[in-house]
Design a protein around this ligand. Structure first.
Ligand SMILES: Nc1ncnc2c1ncn2[C@@H]1O[C@H](COP(=O)(O)OP(=O)(O)O)[C@@H](O)[C@H]1O
Ligand SMILES: Cc1ncsc1CCOP(=O)(O)O
Ligand SMILES: [Mg+2]
Length: 262
């Protein structure tokens, strides 16, 4: 695990271009900025080539799109592939809304993501595995999470992160699990979206996207865990504020001290 990539990220301050959703865009921008990357957002298809051109990685969040935005997402994904910029997809709620799954599957015929990051309900849907997703949340299922993540990675030929209490990161063959985290992530809408954009930031500084993805998961989950441990009875509001502080101030040594992965 290359935790030192966090220092590289902070030194390089890579520009990460995000198509976000209107719910969590502020969290995504501030989360990236606090960690040490440089966020930029856009809703205009006409500037797709310039936006991708000035960025070192792209994160496409499918959280709340209109048909016009789907056109922009498709264009940006295609340009990212053409310009060989790392591309991360967050398939929000594709396990709960059939229309979203149809749109996501269609988009995936137009461009190739380097990393897909979703919860169990979302990754199971993309892998065509039976699962009861609940809105934006993972929901319930009985399948083996490692097997589901591997099936998704093999089907879509990319790195897959299946996040949750334990994050599963796989390239279809190799598997790493990150056990750090805190249940407080679940009471803050936007935790997953922040993680996806942070994965893109690590892909900007590490060309091995399997390495970048697992480091991003460890850094984000460990920072959340440290924040939760620091204050007894921490609630959702204070957690989100302190998470921003943690993203800015936590050192690689502090992350290494509590890192739990295999
Ligand atoms: N119960 C939990 N315990 C510890 N960490 C969690 C828990 N649930 C989610 N996380 C962490 O929250 C972050 C967001 O993941 P997740 O909740 O799966 O995304 P989403 O918000 O898209 O559903 C990840 O870093 C994950 O490790
Ligand atoms: C509530 C909501 N509705 C559409 S997108 C969104 C945010 C999802 O954020 P996350 O997946 O990070 O919890
Ligand atoms: Mg999500």
């Amino acid at each position: 695990m290359k935790v030192d990539l966090l220092d590289t990220l902070r030194h390089q301050n890579p520009i990460v271009f995000n198509i976000s959703n209107f719910v969590t865009v502020q969290d995504v921008a501030n989360g990236l900025n606090a960690l040490g990357a440089s966020p930029i957002m856009s809703e205009e298809v006409a500037e797709a080539e310039e936006m991708v051109g000035l960025s070192s990685a792209v994160c496409l969040n499918l959280g709340a799109f209109t048909q016009t935005q789907v056109e922009q997402i498709r264009k940006v994904g295609e340009v990212a592939n053409q310009q060989h910029k790392p591309l991360v997809i967050d398939p929000v709620a594709v396990g709960a809304v059939a229309y979203r799954k149809m749109i996501a599957n269609n988009l995936l015929t137009h461009f190739h993501p380097d990393v897909i990051r979703g919860n169990a309900g979302e990754i199971a849907a993309l892998a065509d595995v039976d699962w009861q997703a609940k809105g934006i949340d993972a929901g319930e299922g009985t399948g083996d999470l490692v097997a589901i993540a591997q099936a998704c990675a093999q089907k879509l030929k990319c790195v897959v992160i299946l996040s949750g209490p334990t994050d599963v990161i796989t390239d279809g063959t190799r598997v790493v699990k990150v056990m750090n985290g805190t249940p407080l992530f679940q009471v803050h809408v936007g935790s997953g979206d922040m993680l996806s954009s942070i994965v893109a930031a690590f892909c900007a500084v590490e060309a091995d996207y399997f390495e970048a993805a697992q480091t991003a998961c460890l850094v984000f989950a460990a920072i959340g865990e440290r924040v939760a441990q620091a204050t007894p009875n921490l609630g959702a509001g204070s957690f989100s504020v302190q998470l921003m502080d943690g993203l800015q101030l936590t050192t690689t040594a502090q992350i290494n001290a509590i890192a739990a992965y295999q």
